[in-house]
Structure formats: structure tokens, C-alpha cells
Design a protein around this ligand. Sequence first.
Ligand SMILES: Nc1ncnc2c1ncn2[C@@H]1O[C@H](COP(=O)(O)OP(=O)(O)OP(=O)(O)O)[C@@H](O)[C@H]1O
Ligand SMILES: [Mg+2]
Length: 248
Amino acid sequence: MPVLTTQVKTDKSVYKEDSKTQQHGSNTTVKVQLQSVTKTYTNGSHALLNANLEVKKGEFLFITGPSGSGKSTLLKLLYGHELPTQGEVIVDGCNVAGLRGDRLSLLRRRIGIVFQDYKLITQRTVAENVTFVLQAQGYTRKEIQRRLEPTLKLVGLLSKADCFPDQLSGGEQQRVSIARAIVGTPPLLLADEPTGNLDPDNSWQVIQILQKLNSFGATVIVTTHDEQLVRRCNHPVVQVRNGRLSRK
Ligand SMILES: Nc1ncnc2c1ncn2[C@@H]1O[C@H](COP(=O)(O)OP(=O)(O)OP(=O)(O)O)[C@@H](O)[C@H]1O
Ligand SMILES: [Mg+2]
């Protein structure tokens, strides 16, 4: 039995008419570009080599490639966690490397991130983990409540709202990180191996959730090792091999 419940009646207005998202930018979709990007870490590891990529507004893109090929690095460059050694990373019209302070924070507000290692706060409950970013961004208590329940329902975790991360399975923790990334209905969603810890049924349900966000206009970029999942979907695929990108 799949745990996730995309069939659950969701408050679609949370995912459809997001006035809060609109306040943070002129539109609700985001274009992403890498122009001749090379990333070499300070210890000499080469992660990306002269990478070029254009992800159109509203596209759903898979990024595949072997372990260590540079997938996570690519996503980290997009949200400014890492800076390119050479080249330009342009997100929503902004050169990410040139953003500091408030301007970088404003861009990040428009990006939902599912981290490969979840990054949940162990001392906070599921509900608190999902909502703390909204609180920090100044959403009202009422708006946070309006978003929380349908989002937890969507990832099948409503009954676990008051649990702490160490009371959850690995797959459940992964789904908390997905809920946290989508609760603000971001116009750009970056998901790093969002199905890495899930069984096939749950993986498929997660992809359907990401597709739902995409159908409302969000640009979605998903890294995965799951070739079967990629084949099942009809989305464009970029392969990373030794830091080089190629569209399949
Ligand atoms: N902070 C870092 N410092 C130094 N080298 C790093 C760092 N992060 C990643 N690397 C190196 O960069 C390369 C690409 O790593 P990256 O994490 O992007 O790969 P990946 O494709 O996401 O792998 P996986 O599928 O295992 O998650 C690897 O050789 C890795 O060892
Ligand atoms: Mg990775």
C-alpha cells in the first residue's frame, strides 16, 4: 500500500494561487542557466567542467549520473551554497555569484530545496520543521496553518505532525524534507535525490507531487539514480558524467 496520498483532497489554492510567492518576484516561474561553469573545490576535486545548461521556465528536468559525477554540486550552485570557479550561474535573471545578503535571501525564498541529507532539525517536530521557514519569512500564523495540513496530507505525514525526526523512518524523514520544500509553493524546486530512500510506490507518489507543483508553473529540477523512474516519466533528462553535462 503506498503511504503517500496524492488522492487526498488537497487545498489546491495553496498550490495554485500563491499570493505570497508572487510578492517575492514579478512572476511565478523561474529560468535557470549555467554558462561555461567549472567548479573545482578547494581540495582540487573537479565537480563540474565547462557545463552549459538552460532550464526553461516551467520545465521539469531530471539530472542523472553516477555517484560523484557532480549532481549535488550543480544544485548547490543554483542556490548559491557553492560558487563557480569559472562561468556564470543565472537564476531568475540574477547572477547568483553576485548576490549577497538580502538579495541572496530573496532569491532563496523563491527556491524550495530537498536536500540529499534532509537537513531536518532534530529538536523540532515534523510540523515545526515544515513551517519554520515560513515563520522566518513572515507568513501569518493563519497562512501557515492553511498551508501545513494539506502539505502534510500530500506527503502522507499528517498523523506524524507532532513526532520528532528521530521517531521517523528514513523514508518519512525524506518526506518531511519534501514537505518543507513545497510548503511555500516556490516557483523553483530543486530536489536532490528526493526518492533515494523510498520504495517504488512512494517514489512514484513523490514524483507525482513534484509534477503537481510543476503543473502549477514551478520549474522543477530533480537529481536521481533511479533510471526506471526516469523512464516512467516523459521529462527531459540531463546526464552528468565526470562533471560534463549532456542532454539525453
Ligand atoms: N565540499 C566538497 N569539498 C571537496 N570536494 C567535494 C565537495 N563536495 C563534493 N565534492 C566532490 O565533487 C565531486 C562531485 O560531488 P557531488 O556531491 O556533486 O556528486 P553527486 O553526483 O551528487 O554524487 P552522489 O550521487 O553520490 O550524491 C565528487 O568528486 C566529490 O568528492
Ligand atoms: Mg549528490
